[in-house]
Every structure is written in C-alpha cells, then in structure tokens.
Design a protein around this ligand. Structure first.
Ligand SMILES: [Zn+2]
Length: 335
C-alpha cells in the first residue's frame, strides 16, 4: 500500500467558504453574537470536489491512501479569537470526517486544532479528543505560530505546549508541524512561511530535551523538512557545538520528514541525508504548487514519480518510505 501522509481538502465545496465568509462578517459587526453557524454541503458536492482532483490523482499516480486534513492555509488561527477558531475547526474537521466516511479506502483523517494567538494550546485538547475518540482521526496539524507570521508563541519545546503533548501521547497520535496563512507581508504563505516554520521547528527540537520528557511524542516536519536536509552539516555542527546529541539519535523516534519536495535532486538529497526510518512519503496534493513542470512534463507535486526514479533505493527502503514508516508514526491507522 502507498500511503501519502500529507493531503489537504483544498478543493472543498463553496459552502465552506460561505460559512467562513459569514463568520468573518460577524467579526466585523460589534453587535454580532458568535455562533457556530451551519455548513451547507451535500454528499454529492463532496464527491464532485474529490473525483476530479485528489481521487483522480491517486488513481493516475498509483497511490492508495491519503492522510487527509483541512486546508492548512485556511486554518488562519490569527483571525478572530478562540471561539472563532473552535467553530471553524469543528466544521472543517466534521467535513473531513464526512470525506473519510464516503471514501474510507482512500482517505484517513487528521484534524485542524482550534488554536488562537495568546491562548494556551491546552484549549485544543477537547477538539483533539473529539476527533480521535469519536470520529476516528489518527493525528493532528499543530501550528507553531498561530499569529500567522509574527511568532508570538513560545517555542515548541516550551512547557507551554506540554499539556497538549500529554494528550497526544495518551491518545498515541502524532502532529504534523504545520503553519497556516501568513498575515505578515514579508512572508509568502507557501513559499517562505511554510518553509521557515519547518526549519524553525527542527532547530527548536535540536536545542531542548523535549523528547526526554516525552519519549513517544512524534512530529512530522512537512515540505521535506524545510531547509534542514540541505543544511544538515550546519545542524550537525550546531548540535556538536552545543553539546547536543547526534542528530540521528535526536530525531530517531520523534521527528520525521515528508517527501513534499518538488524536484528530483531535492528528493535525492533528502533520501541520502535523512535516515530512511525518518522519512514518510507525502505529496501535499492538491496543494501549494498546482502546475506542470515544463522540464519534465509532469506535475511538480507528483512526488511518487521522483522516488520511483531513484534507482539506488532498496526495495526494503522503498517499502518503509511508502508504507512502513507511516504505520509506525500513525499507529491508529488500521487499514
Ligand atoms: Zn500541508
């Protein structure tokens, strides 16, 4: 089985945007009393939104199962307050649950969290429990910067996050470290904010003893680990200078990278540098880059094609990359 650990519902029917628009309009009206509101989307609309996109690409590219979550840039935790974020997260997560119920062989669910700037992440525990225990979700997306590009939250290794980590450990679910839209014009959302955040999260993990406190806590750093594999020597050297453990020991059971890297040389670098046990196949389709690469004639985000063309990869490693590692990191995945 080929498991794509990184897919978002970027093609959700327009009813989701209509809900969000009315929520945002309410925020501008001082007399408005926040309410959860309703989401008007039919099962047929869900089917239509997937058949010509994610499902078509699964079939064409030969992947089987996508670990699927709400659109990451749509989380926009910096908008409104914790109640805004909770209502939006509940609707988005319920919608993902409907997708996975309609296509149980194609999608398995990961949730968005109702984070909000300045609000402790413990406020997300209830929604995580609801999604995992009641709806069968297998993980979550954790935003290290709910301010949307201003980095006002403590580092991921700070005790600020610990109550939430305790719940992740108890439920045995990993988190993908995933920022959302940038509201800082210096940072393009998918081109720099995402990649910055991936790199930043890795450096935070390197400098603290988070995984001594939580030996079974697991994070996926998406987008190939941001700038980390390319600068592996820098991070090894920094770890050495700071009397930190070897990187391979530091990440062994706790930090994983996906393969959302959109050209063959980048994928080859990732596979050569990062231990094979710490890489999960991912494509982030339909996502950040939607076009076709004129140099190859294939979609940039068809990452399976790059891996397939790496001839030196052993059969065992290929199996780990496409399936085995995902099953270790997401033990609630039972398919
Ligand atoms: Zn993503």
């Amino acid at each position: 089985m080929i498991i794509d650990c990184h897919g978002h519902y970027t093609t959700a029917p327009k009813g989701l945007q209509a809900f969000r628009d009315s929520q945002l309009a309410g925020l501008k009206d001082p007399k408005h009393v926040p309410s959860k509101g309703t989401l008007k989307i039919t099962d047929d609309e869900i089917r239509e939104s997937l058949e010509n996109a994610q499902l078509k690409f699964q079939r064409e590219r030969g992947t089987d199962l996508t670990i699927f979550s709400p659109r990451a840039s749509g989380m926009a935790h910096h908008i409104g307050d914790a109640t805004t974020s909770l209502h939006c997260s509940q609707h988005c997560n319920d919608l993902i649950h409907r997708v996975c119920s309609l296509y149980p062989e194609n999608f398995v669910a990961v949730c968005q969290l109702p984070q909000s700037p300045g609000v402790p992440p413990s406020n997300c525990i209830q929604e995580l429990e609801r999604c995992v225990n009641e709806l069968g979700f297998i993980g979550c997306n954790l935003n290290p910067d709910p301010s949307g590009g201003h980095w006002t939250a403590p580092p991921l290794t700070d005790k600020y996050w610990y109550p939430f980590y305790e719940k992740m450990v108890e439920l045995d679910v990993p988190a993908m470290v995933h920022v959302s839209a940038s509201c800082n014009p210096n940072f393009h959302t998918t081109g720099s904010h995402y990649i910055n955040a991936d790199t930043t999260a890795f450096m935070q993990f390197l400098t603290a003893d988070l995984f001594k406190d939580f030996p079974t806590l697991r994070f996926i750093i998406p987008h190939g680990g941001g700038g980390v594999p390319y600068h592996w020597g820098r991070y090894r050297g920094l770890a050495q200078d700071m009397n930190r453990p070897l990187l391979v020991d530091l990440i062994r059971n706790n930090v994983f990278f996906d393969t959302c890297v959109y050209h063959l040389p980048g994928i080859e670098l990732l596979l050569k540098i990062v231990p094979m046990d710490n890489i999960l196949f991912g494509s982030e389709m339909v996502g950040a880059v939607r076009g076709i690469d004129p140099e190859t004639g294939f979609y940039f985000d068809d990452t399976k094609r790059y891996i397939d063309s790496v001839t030196w990869l052993s059969g065992g490693d290929r199996k780990k990359l496409f399936e085995g590692n995902a099953r270790r990191v997401y033990p609630r995945l039972k398919l």
